[in-house]
Write a new protein. Structure first.
Length: 342
């Protein structure tokens, strides 16, 4: 149910030293007119919401709002709502985020709206689910498509657009965002810790394991989903790897996890590994899989990329067996990266 919008340039405030542009004109012209109440919500930083325009909606149609950045750049989290109409009976929360990631129309840009989202990101929403007041919005990997969203001002703007769009719905009490199902991947990209949002602001979300690096360590299924997973190789054949999944923490997450486990905190060398689950997973290996290999010494300066069968033959004779990162794509191991540790 994504609506078609014209492609637009990225909003200039998103650059580190650029201004946001636009003036706070309460008159809004959209390509999907309708009626929606303006709401003021709380993002990680103070959020200012400019009132939306109220117009008459067509019979048999409902109205929702999408929120885009607005203002002169002095408040990175300032947003303004723009109306979209949809057929009654459809899920407005799904439609709201589908419309949000298409970005503002040309008329809205002329009004002063800005966003990282555009026609190039129109397909990035994977799922939108509401469960007992908690709205979970999951995205495809959007990190390379949203340039500058990870800056301080950029992340404040992005999160304000997302949270304002979510909290227009009265039944939403909390909202969570993730990339490919992982909260840490989303927030590590924004240089923050995994968190969830309420109307009153942001709070840390979930357990320590939500902060594990890359795709984390709680896949939620017996099979290892697509992503990047840390652990050790218990055994390997030409067809598959027996993999012992573990949690790799770094930075403040390593400090917290080590402290919880009663270990030295902060841990030496700024990383900590937790493995309190003995489950072994059999992960099939793709034809043409490659390995970033540390060689026999573990010296990272000797790392080289070899084909999987070369690595398989050599590893049986090695005393040194490092932890590895498996890159799983389409259910198959596509790449293995041996992890150097001091």
């Amino acid at each position: 149910m994504k609506n078609s919008h014209a492609f637009h340039v990225l909003f200039v405030f998103c650059l580190v030293v650029a201004a946001c542009g636009g003036t706070a004109d309460p008159t809004t012209t959209t390509d999907r007119p309708g009626t929606a109440a303006s709401t003021t919500t709380m993002a990680p930083e103070s959020t200012t919401t400019v009132p939306s325009t109220t117009t008459t909606q067509p019979a048999g149609m409902e109205t929702l709002s999408v929120y885009f950045s607005f203002g002169d750049g002095s408040d990175c989290a300032e947003v303004k709502g723009y109306q979209r109409t949809y057929e009654a009976g459809l899920d407005p929360m799904i439609l709201a985020f589908d419309d949000l990631v298409v970005g503002p129309t040309d008329d809205e840009i002329a009004d002063g709206a800005g966003s990282f989202f555009s026609a190039a990101t129109a397909d990035v929403v994977r799922s939108v689910n509401l469960d007992d007041g908690v709205l979970s919005v999951d995205f495809d990997d959007i990190r390379l498509r949203l340039n500058n969203a990870s800056t301080s001002c950029g992340s404040a703007s992005l999160l304000s657009q997302l949270t304002s769009t979510a909290f227009q719905f009265e039944e939403v009490e909390r909202v969570r965002f993730s990339i490919n199902g992982n909260c840490s991947v989303f927030f590590n990209w924004l240089q923050r810790e995994c968190m969830e949002f309420t109307q009153d602001g942001a709070t840390p979300a979930g357990s320590t394991e939500d902060f594990a690096s890359r795709s984390g360590c709680t896949p939620g299924t017996p099979e290892l989903p697509d992503g990047e997973w840390f652990g050790s190789v218990d055994d390997a054949t030409a067809a598959a790897i027996m993999f012992d999944l573990a949690c790799w923490f770094s930075g403040t997450a390593a400090e917290q996890a080590a402290a919880e486990d009663g270990e030295e905190s902060p841990p030496p060398n700024d990383y900590y590994v937790r493995n309190n689950n003995a489950t072994l997973r059999t992960v099939p290996v793709a034809a043409g899989a490659e390995v970033n290999w540390l060689s026999d010494t573990g010296d990272p300066t000797t790392a080289t990329t070899v084909d999987y069968m070369t690595w398989l033959a050599e590893r049986e004779t090695r005393d040194f067996q490092p932890g590895v990162w498996l890159t799983v794509a389409d259910g198959l191991v596509a790449f293995i990266e041996e992890q150097f540790v001091p």
